[in-house]
Design a protein around this ligand. Structure first.
Ligand code: GLY
Length: 558
């Protein structure tokens, strides 16, 4: 994990002409989104312009995962200054939101209210984030970077197999919203594979955003259509909620482990805190010197504690006090490591905690970009469940998220993925729900990687496993293809893809007291770009589990 990779080779390239790689690379969940990013880079845009283009194109081409009605985290690195920042475009609860808004008169949680329809939707952050990126970090006008997505929306993107499966899953919910059904249920039923689904209202909404910046979405015609549609269908948004939405630039979490530096998202993402805790515990358990099965045992036990702490403590940093320093300090990791016995499993029931967590999911999306100058973006975006709330305010083309379900509707009551939380993640006006999205950078003297994935609370473990693979010398394809296993405190079991544990490893872990549960299918959809500075080249890969595309292109003039 912590060994130096290719140190000697670096010397050969110490005098390379480019401060950056001299090439561009984009890896995303949809070929049309990757193509949009490359198009903007070839037109003179930088990684931040490309991030705008890819985000908007994913909203059109992969609307099950993210969209203009959702939000996300954009982790940025500026090559010239070394500045790193996270643009937090997470949704906020409307001002009229209350802690008990998803409970009936008897105080019971009515789950459908936070998952389906307009009451489930937080105020979207993606439009504000894209305008922020273009205005503060890009080289091109926002309208130019949105142009590929607008063209895709007008033309329609052919329906692919994953999209069809998710449309079938959410059919009934989407059917309830006439504007949604008009786009996604042509002729009143599921579309045919390969059928193009034009989204003219979304194209117009993107056009207004391009022409007027954030005001073109949060004020004026789009805002009025959004609020009118939401309120007529029983939602609680106001024009003021939209007008007051603001992205937040947050300081990233930076941690050094051996020769590697990790750049991680801070709360309201839980990923940075959990990954920091896990690495610190692994260091103290002497991970590098362990055999394969003991490494997995160590990772699982470190995850068990970190996910317990996630559920107990984390929430919106602007509204709750969190013991972040304590959770991420070395002394706490030392205590945690001292309680781990690599001969036997612990029981989650023995770890004091009031909460349980379980979160899976096929929602959300991720993309990674490095430009020729070395600017980078790692972005994970979401509408929560596939196609979010399923609700589209008429005339907007904007499918609204159901990110309100990432809050804890009531202590002890699970959300869509079985996630339970505490008051730290309660619903409240203008709060951001706790997220697992973990866009990340990992670098050593000779290697820089940009990575992330969708997949609910398993996101954090998947990113962790991707990082460990990189540290073991893996390239982008190895990182995204790595078989996955996962533990998140509760349910108290190791969940694993068929290839992640050998038969011997399964037998050993069972004999140590672990419960194992094999996943019925592969999960996750990771996209990574790796700049191998020693070799002087970029390599990029999209997860073989999905239909995404990775592309490396020479920059104009190179
Ligand atoms: N909605 C998934 C997440 O933010 O973790």
């Amino acid at each position: 994990m912590l060994k130096r990779v290719l140190a000697a080779a670096a010397l050969l390239f110490a005098g390379a002409a480019h401060a950056g790689p001299g090439q561009h690379a984009v890896a995303s969940a949809h070929p049309d989104a990757t193509a949009a990013g490359i198009e903007i880079l070839q037109a003179g845009g930088n990684a931040f312009d490309a991030a705008v283009a890819v985000s908007a194109a994913l909203a059109v081409a992969e609307p099950s995962g993210s969209g203009m009605g959702g939000g996300g985290f954009w982790l940025l690195h500026m090559a010239e200054t070394g500045k790193q920042i996270m643009v937090d475009g997470r949704e906020t609860a409307p001002a009229a939101a209350t802690a008990d808004m998803y409970r009936n008169d008897a105080g019971e949680v009515v789950a459908s209210l936070s998952r389906n329809g307009p009451l489930a939707a937080g105020i979207p952050g993606q439009a504000a984030a894209l305008a922020h990126l273009a205005e503060n970090y890009g080289r091109l006008p926002l309208a130019k970077s949105l142009a590929p997505a607008i063209a895709l929306a007008r033309e329609g993107v052919p329906v692919d197999a994953p999209m069809l499966a998710r449309l079938a899953w959410r059919f009934e919910v989407m059917e309830r919203s006439p504007a949604t059904a008009a786009v996604f249920h042509p002729d009143g039923s599921l579309p045919e594979p390969g059928q193009r689904l034009p989204q003219p209202d979304l194209a117009d909404t993107l056009q207004r955003l391009g022409e007027h910046g954030a005001k073109g979405f949060y004020e004026g015609a789009t805002a009025e259509l959004l609020v009118e549609g939401v309120r007529k269908a029983g939602g609680i948004w106001t024009l003021q909620d939209l007008r007051e939405y603001a992205v937040v630039e947050r300081s990233v979490i930076t941690q050094r482990f051996g020769d590697w530096t990790l750049t991680l998202p801070p709360p309201p993402s839980s990923g940075g805190v959990v990954i920091t805790q896990v690495f610190k515990v692994l260091e103290r358990l002497g991970y590098d010197g362990l055999n394969a099965v003991d490494r997995k045992h160590a990772v699982v036990e470190a995850l068990r504690t970190a996910y317990r702490d996630r559920a107990a403590w984390l929430g919106d940093p602007d509204h709750v006090e969190m013991p972040l320093e304590r959770l991420m300090d070395g002394d706490y990791a030392k205590q945690t490591a001292a309680r781990i016995d690599l001969k036997r499993a612990r029981s989650s029931a023995d770890l004091a905690s009031p909460v349980a967590v379980y979160e899976g999911g096929t929602d959300t999306t991720h993309f990674s970009v490095i430009d020729a100058d070395g600017n980078r973006v790692s972005a994970t975006l979401s509408v929560n469940l596939p196609f979010g709330s399923g609700f589209m305010p008429p005339g907007t083309g904007v499918l609204l998220n159901d990110e309100m379900d990432d809050f804890s509707a009531k202590p002890g009551v699970p959300n869509a993925y079985g996630l339970v939380g505490t008051a730290a993640n309660a619903v409240g006006p203008k709060r951001r729900p706790l997220s697992s999205m973990t866009p990340s950078f990992v670098e050593s003297e000779n290697t820089i990687a940009v990575l992330g994935t969708p997949g609910g609370s398993r996101i954090i473990t998947m990113v962790l496993l991707g990082m460990l693979e990189l540290m073991d010398g893996g390239d982008a394809a190895a990182i995204v293809g790595k078989p996955r296993y996962h533990h998140q405190y509760l349910p108290d079991e190791i969940y694993f893809e068929p290839k992640a544990l050998t038969a011997d490893e399964q037998a050993t872990l069972k004999s140590r007291g672990f419960a194992l549960r094999e996943s019925g299918r592969d999960y996750g959809n990771m996209h990574a770009v790796v700049w191998d500075k020693a070799a002087g080249e970029l390599n990029a890969a999209s997860d073989p589990r999905g239909i995404g595309a990775a592309h490396v292109a020479d920059a104009p003039g190179n």
